[in-house]
Structure formats: structure tokens, C-alpha cells
Write a protein that binds this ligand. Structure first.
Ligand code: UDP
Ligand code: GLC
Length: 384
């Protein structure tokens, strides 16, 4: 392959999740590449802000609303004509590039046939665990067909993610490369927020435990809120993030449990921030509470780089980032009392927490750097 292939990344998301933030890091290091978005939203805002070449197709919302939980055969057949139209639009962009990197399942399904037909090299950057914990059977079947037949290389964001796609295609020898997500060590403060302090939030006398995952039931924010019932009243929590992917009902449920008398005024909901790390800095502990295996978990590495003790659940990508009691704390999922005990243990053993936090920072710098990730991805793209 030409040393300077023309690279197109495709991602249909309206809003930024970890997969999109990781894509932004990668695209920044490949200034000649372009990102194809499907609809305007916080994702295209972030692309603008980061000065990344991009094009937005403004596709029909019906195509995009075929969410991973709701897509089924009937809805897909009904949307058939719109689907074909969208695929043709994507195809007309693909023709100008050499390597097409699909950053999501939906972009793979909509663009991979055109890419193969035009003999383009295709990479699927897999950010999800393709299992029944996260997808319905129909989706898994569809993704199975596309991963088996339309991808030259699959980049998996963790070994857990790679294992799941291998399991889905047991007979096919897929070319899978595991590349852990890397986070910029600068973690610099951007200027769209006032810098928060405990004082500015009226929490000078409190200990704060923070959750920075997007609002979704499987991210388990309710476990953190419920853990406060087993903790002294001076311990509060921040729930930072918004229900981007159709999880408004769960957000409502979180607010409902937070209104229990024992939790009154101790749970602080802060909608999505483009710079969540200015809030992470004032937390005493960062928790990641996913109740299903996390594919990777950027937030865990961000907590480590912010020099905060991080508690994560002992599954999926989290196990590849944290060594329990060495560089963080891994606990069983879904247990508010266990989370509460772990939080108290951290507060009561400051020396141990300090040495774990130091080890965590060094691990994050060594193993999860943005430069390392982008260098490995460039190598794959240039050698495909
Ligand atoms: N995040 C953010 N604003 C918020 C909450 C979270 O930008 O208000 C970011 C967070 O810093 C992290 C990403 O969203 O980089 C979440 O990525 P992760 O891999 O932890 O989970 P995902 O949501 O992608 O499943
Ligand atoms: C997805 C996953 C998350 C991962 C991110 C970046 O959004 O849910 O675990 O960290 O992609 O790969």
C-alpha cells in the first residue's frame, strides 16, 4: 500500500462517546485523513472544535434510529429505500479514499459493501463487546456476516473485545489486532467551562466520589448512588454525563433513587461536559460501575492519569487496565455495599491509596498513551 494512503474514518454517532473521542485522537495524528459523520450533533461539534477534516451526510434519522437494541428485520425492511439511498451516498464518498476505517457497527453495515465493491482496504475499529450482554441476536448475526466477509483487519480495543468477536466467528480466521485505547497525558483543561472547585460546588467539607460514564443502565450509576446509603453523610457523589443513547428513563430512575431521604442533597447530577476532567480533578475517588463487561473504559485510564484512586468492576477491558490492589481496585459488579466498603477502605488507608495511585499513574503513562495507540494504528493502516 502507498505510504500515504487516503484514509476515511466513518462513524454515524450523533453524540460523542468513548469510541468517538478515541477516533478524534487518532484523526488528529493523521491530519490528511477525513471523518465521515452522518448527522450533526455533539460529535460534529467536537470535530469542528478539534479542527478535524470532516463531512456530514445529514442522513435520514430513521436509519440512525435503528439502535443496537431495537433493530429488527421488520424495521429494516420498512426502511429499505432510505437504507439504499444512504448507502449510495456513503459509497460516493468512499470512492475518493484508499483505506476505509469503520468506527462503529452501523457504519460498517452501511458502508462495507460499497467499500468492498470498490476494492478499498477495510478496517473495522471494534469498540464494543459483541455479545448478548450488549446486543440482540439479530444484530449479532448481522455483525457476524460483516466482520467475517467485509473486513481486512479488525482492530479491537481490548483482549476482551477481541475474544468476543472471535467467539462470534469461530470458524473464520479473522485478522484481529488488539490495540488498547490511549489517552493524552496532557489531559489539559479546555476553556469552555469554568474550572470547578469543591468550594464552587458548595462541597468544601465533603468527600466526593465521581462517575463520568455516559448515562446507561449497564454503566451502573445506580450502584454508586445506592452505595451512599451505606456511607457517612459527608460522602457525596457526582454523576457526570447525559443519557445520549436513549436512556432517559434510566436517568429519571437515577433521579428518583437520589431523592430518597437518606440521599437527599448528596447526589449531584451534572449533564455532559466537553471537559469532564475539570470535575474529575476535584473528586477524591473515581468509580466505574459497569454491570456488563466494559469493552475498554477510557474513564478508568483518565482517573489514573488524574491521580485519583479508581474503583472498577472486575470484567472486560477494566481487568486489562487495572491490577487489583496494585494500580486500582477491582470489585464484583452490582454490589452497592461492596462498593461502599471499598470507598471507606480507601479513605481509611491513605498511604496505601497513595502508593496505588502512583502506580496507576505510571501504568497509564506507560501502557495507555495516546502516542503509542496512534503509532500502532498508523502502522496497520500503512501496511494493510
Ligand atoms: N465524558 C465526557 N463528558 C462527560 C462524561 C464523560 O466527555 O460528561 C467522556 C469521558 O471523559 C470518557 C468518555 O466520555 O473519555 C467515556 O468513555 P468510556 O470509554 O469510559 O465509555 P463509553 O461511554 O465510551 O462506553
Ligand atoms: C466504547 C466502549 C468503551 C471504550 C470506548 C473506546 O464506547 O463502550 O468501553 O472505552 O468505546 O474504545
Amino acid at each position: 500500500m502507498d505510504k500515504h494512503p487516503r484514509i476515511l474514518f466513518i462513524d454515524q454517532a450523533k453524540d460523542v462517546g468513548g469510541a468517538e473521542l478515541s477516533l478524534i485522537s487518532i484523526a488528529k495524528s493523521l491530519p490528511e485523513s477525513e471523518i465521515l459523520a452522518f448527522v450533526e450533533g455533539t460529535f460534529t461539534d467536537a470535530l469542528e472544535k478539534n479542527g478535524i477534516n470532516h463531512e456530514c451526510l445529514n442522513l435520514d434519522a430513521e436509519i440512525l434510529s435503528l439502535s443496537k437494541e431495537k433493530a429488527n428485520l421488520i424495521r429494516i425492511v420498512l426502511s429499505f429505500s432510505k437504507l439504499i439511498f444512504s448507502m449510495l451516498k456513503i459509497s460516493s464518498v468512499i470512492k475518493n479514499f484508499d483505506v476505509i476505517v469503520f468506527n462503529t457497527q452501523k457504519s460498517l453495515i452501511l458502508g462495507a459493501i460499497a467499500a468492498k465493491f470498490q476494492r478499498k482496504k477495510t478496517i473495522f475499529f471494534l469498540h464494543d463487546i459483541l455479545s448478548i450482554d450488549h446486543f440482540n441476536k439479530f444484530n449479532l448475526l448481522l455483525i457476524n456476516i460483516f466482520t467475517a466477509n467485509f473486513c481486512d483487519v479488525i482492530i479491537a480495543n481490548s483482549r476482551a473485545t477481541a475474544r468476543a468477536v472471535e467467539k462470534l466467528n469461530p470458524k473464520k480466521k479473522l485478522k484481529i489486532k488488539v490495540i488498547h485505547i490511549g489517552i493524552s497525558q496532557k489531559i489539559e483543561l479546555k476553556n469552555d467551562n469554568k474550572i470547578f472547585t469543591k468550594k464552587s460546588l458548595g462541597l468544601s467539607k465533603n468527600k466526593i466520589v465521581g462517575s463520568f460514564s455516559r448515562i446507561a443502565r449497564w454503566k451502573g450509576q445506580h450502584i454508586l448512588i445506592e452505595s451512599l446509603e451505606h456511607l457517612p453523610k459527608y460522602i457525596h457523589c457526582l454523576i457526570v454525563g447525559s443519557p445520549f443513547f436513549g436512556e432517559e428513563a434510566y436517568y429519571g430512575y437515577l433521579q428518583q433513587i437520589a431523592s430518597r431521604p437518606i440521599l437527599k442533597d448528596r447526589v449531584h447530577f451534572i449533564p455532559f461536559k466537553t471537559d469532564p476532567l475539570s470535575l474529575m480533578r476535584l473528586c477524591d475517588i473515581v468509580t466505574h460501575n459497569s454491570t456488563a463487561p466494559e469493552p475498554f473504559g477510557r474513564i478508568i485510564v483518565e482517573g489514573m492519569l488524574c491521580k485519583k484512586p479508581v474503583i472498577a468492576t472486575n470484567m472486560g477491558g477494566a481487568k486489562e487496565i487495572i491490577r487489583n490492589n496494585k494500580s486500582g481496585y477491582l470489585i464484583e459488579p452490582g454490589d452497592p455495599q461492596l462498593l461502599a466498603r471499598t470507598i471507606l477502605a480507601i479513605f481509611s488507608n491513605k498511604d496505601e491509596a497513595r502508593s496505588i495511585t502512583k502506580e496507576a499513574y505510571e501504568t497509564a503513562v506507560r501502557n495507555f498513551s495516546e502516542d503509542k495507540m496512534t503509532a500502532r494504528i498508523k502502522k496497520i493502516i500503512n501496511n494493510i
